[in-house]
Design a protein around this ligand. Structure first.
Ligand code: GLC
Length: 755
């Protein structure tokens, strides 16, 4: 690694400022006299979008493998497979001289309306973080950097450049930051990309608490923070806020502003030097990467198909799948001929090749006759004659395969979905086909959840194919014909209807701000708390075989510091090999602050032959049981019982066991003049100091409010949530000293007490 400090000492102020602003849309500023090369960055996250003309932002790119988008790859629950995807993406980056891949995106799917949900992993932060870390480690294992994005609380496209996300600290820490935290701690991405939006009033690009206090200081992030493209409003404020590199360039005025700010003392040169150091470290790290100007297109295409096949989710199957041998199969739907394999925006890849789903069926269908009709128009319009044509064809067929993809206009970066529906025409087509064809399979392609309540009972099977990447056509055919046993499980809840969704009343905000009023209750955390029925729960997915969970092994007791290892046996009880994503949820039986009923804290994917049993071991640690306390501003654990839940989905808990945790943390005394009776009694120090007085107060109030003159008040319930000071002031006339002095005396004892 170059002697970076030596280089910095030789740099002029102008060179330092220039290095902190891109010199082009995709390149950093080179300093030839000091041997500092440029680096080249390109989008991701599910393939390399290496623009042909490096001075263009949104322009045709070189051919690269378009892997399944995140909602599909996440549904594999297979961290090894995602790691391999990362390796392949890195090989293509190297071939195209790309030093940093701009991905993965780990923003939480707060609402299924999110326009970029296809690019994100899940509604669950733990799963998102684990999958992101796998992808980052896979890419970086080859010496290519990544850009963990979009940091943070960027969960909608509506007004994304300016909207202010108002989110409380506990929700921020428990839901919107953990995926970034886990990825940083487990994979150290070379870069983190700050989001466009504001968080609690401050632009992410200037957010010192997010970028410096939390990301760099608390989590130990060693790389550089890069802006989302065009996210910098004030380069000096963003420099002081911890933003190291502004993109895209050139931005001459911002370079000059930095120089001027240092000269005027508005920005200390030391801050600039720290950014320069972080950028130089990445630049020189990139120089260590082996050169290789080619990659194995076919091998990567096969890998893309493997991932897609494992990410496809079998949502319904009455036994019609896998397809038996048939005389005639009717294939209905334009996405059988025009593969729906990716979304719009910066992640749009120019694929090396593209499976046509119909052709892939043809290759696997043997002597079966395949008929095709388009079924529905390209965009969202209604054409009855297309439905009539489809009905006329399916009548004579043995099976109808309906390939239904959302219009591309419905899902993209830059705007959110307006609804969760298929088009009116598509729904009418499904009804009409199912009415005349008793064997109907629907294959969906969408980036996020779709509501299907109005038609799902009329069809025999439903496959969720997501945006499946360039090899998705073959993957679907492999699943339909049983070459691959589906093992995908949804990583976002499929609601019955849009108005059931957690963010519904707060989405997408207005007057420049959006309130995260549902707090931690996102996805399954919400539906289970509110007991709102869903179409398909988080973690759900069917197989062509079946699995039995048995023999849960959970230690009876543990401490938060030790953590614990939990085990469960999983058996393939069917007659074909299969894979199962085993999920481990934690339920806190009692907590001082409200918590979601369960939270995913571990998972593993196992492959089992018919009759085979494997033991799945999951390690749980402090954070598996802790929650973030907004008064202590840290993660806390509490003595007590937890249920360890082994699930085939969040709603299908197959085995559970109770364990008791001993908390070892020491928290500061938070008691103050406004503390309530309950807070005094629950605080370990406060209880010791206050209990005698409490007993006296309580018995006095019993006499006052109890007995025949009772006014129907239960004394304990009445006073428990009253501030002690208020209670004493009620009785000031009977006290020998001011209530404030009494409380202050107790506070002094409590704050000076060792636990
Ligand atoms: C876009 C996206 C970001 C992408 C960048 C570069 O606006 O928000 O994900 O990496 O700009 O294209």
């Amino acid at each position: 690694m170059e002697n970076i400090q030596n280089i910095i000492s030789q740099m002029t102020l102008e060179e330092k400022a220039s290095l902190c602003v891109g010199v082009g849309p995709w390149t950093t500023y080179p300093i030839e006299r000091l041997g500092v090369p440029r680096i080249f960055v390109s989008d991701g996250p599910h393939g390399i979008r290496r623009v042909i003309d490096e001075n263009q932002i949104a322009q045709k790119s070189l051919p690269a493998t378009c892997f399944p988008t995140a909602s599909c790859s996440a549904s594999t629950w297979n961290t090894d497979l995602i790691y391999r995807m990362g390796e392949a993406i890195a090989e293509e980056a190297i071939a195209y001289d790309v030093d940093v891949v701009l991905g993965p995106g780990v923003n939480i799917k707060r609402s299924p309306l999110g326009g970029r949900n296809f690019e994100y992993f899940s509604e669950d932060p733990y799963l998102s973080g684990e999958l992101a870390a796998s992808l980052i480690n896979g890419i970086q294992s080859k010496g290519v950097g990544t850009s963990l994005k979009h940091y943070a609380v960027n969960n909608q496209e509506y007004q994304r450049f300016s909207i202010n996300a108002e989110v409380d600290e506990r929700t921020l820490r428990e839901i919107y930051l953990p995926a970034f935290e886990a990825a940083v701690k487990k994979a150290q991405p070379w870069t983190v990309m700050c989001a466009y939006n504001k968080v609690n009033g401050t632009y992410c690009s200037e957010h010192h608490e997010l970028l410096v206090d939390i990301l760099k200081n608390e989590w130990g992030f060693e790389g550089l923070v890069v802006s989302d493209w065009g996210a910098v409003h004030d380069r000096v404020e963003s420099m002081k806020g911890g933003l190291d590199l502004e993109m895209p360039g050139p931005q001459e005025r911002h370079v000059k502003a930095l120089v001027q700010a240092v000269r005027s003392g508005d920005c200390e040169e030391e801050i600039l030097d720290k950014s320069v150091e972080r950028i130089l470290k990445i630049i020189f790290k990139a120089q260590q990467t082996d050169d290789n100007d080619s990659f194995d297109k076919e091998a990567h295409h096969d890998l893309a198909r493997e991932i897609a096949a494992e990410g496809i989710v079998l949502l319904k199957n009455d036994g019609i799948l896998p397809l038996k041998t048939h005389e005639q199969i009717a294939v209905i739907g334009r996405s059988a001929k025009e593969a729906y394999y990716q979304g719009g925006g910066s992640s749009h890849i120019n694929p090396t090749q593209l499976d046509i789903p119909f052709n892939e069926l043809r290759e696997r269908a043997g002597d079966t006759e395949l008929l095709f009709v388009e079924g529905y128009p390209k965009q969202d319009e209604y054409k009855q004659e297309m439905i009539d044509e489809a009905v006329s064809v399916v009548k004579s067929a043995d099976v109808a395969l309906l390939y239904i993809a959302l219009p591309t206009s419905k899902e993209s970066e830059g705007y959110d979905r307006k609804d969760l529906d298929l088009t009116e025409h598509q729904v009418a087509l499904i009804h009409a086909v199912a009415e005349v064809q008793p064997n109907t399979v629907v294959i969906l392609n969408s980036g996020s959840a779709i509501v299907m309540q109005s038609w799902i009972d009329e069809v025999n099977a439903v496959l969720q194919g997501w945006m499946m990447g360039q090899a998705g056509g073959g993957a679907i055919a492999d699943v339909l014909f049983g070459k691959v046993n589906p093992s995908g499980k949804i990583t976002e809840t499929f609601p019955v209807e849009l108005s059931d969704t957690p963010a519904y009343i707060n989405w997408p905000g207005g007057a420049g701000e959006v309130h995260y009023g549902e707090r931690m209750y996102v996805g399954y955390r919400y539906y289970e708390t509110k007991q709102v029925p869903v179409m398909f729960p988080f973690g759900y997915g069917l197989s062509y075989t079946a699995f039995e969970y048995s023999n849960p092994q959970v230690p009876k007791a543990f401490t938060d510091k030790e953590g614990l290892i939990v085990q469960v046996d999983v058996t393939n009880t069917g007659d074909v090999p299969g894979k199962e994503a085993v999920q481990v949820y934690v339920h806190d039986c009692e907590s001082a602050l409200a918590r979601p009923p369960k939270e995913l804290k571990g998972f593993a994917k196992v492959e089992l032959e018919p009759g085979q049993t494997k033991t799945v071991s999951i390690s749980l640690d402090f954070r598996s049981f802790a929650y973030y306390h907004p008064q202590y501003h840290t993660w806390v654990t509490e003595d007590g019982d937890f249920d360890i839940l082994f699930g085939a989905s969040s709603a299908d808990i197959r085995q559970s066991a109770r364990t008791t945790m001993k908390s070892t943390i020491e928290l500061p005394c938070m008691l103050c003049r406004e503390s309530t009776i309950k807070e005094w009694l629950e605080d370990p120090r406060g209880a010791v100091v206050f209990q005698p007085m409490y007993d006296e107060i309580h018995s006095g109030l019993e006499k006052m409010f109890g007995g025949d003159e009772s006014i129907g008040i239960e004394v304990s319930d009445m006073i428990v949530d009253m501030p002690l000071i208020s209670l004493l002031l009620f009785q000031q006339s009977a006290l020998t000293m001011p209530a404030e002095d009494i409380v202050d005396g107790l506070l002094q004892q409590a704050h000076n007490m060792e636990v």
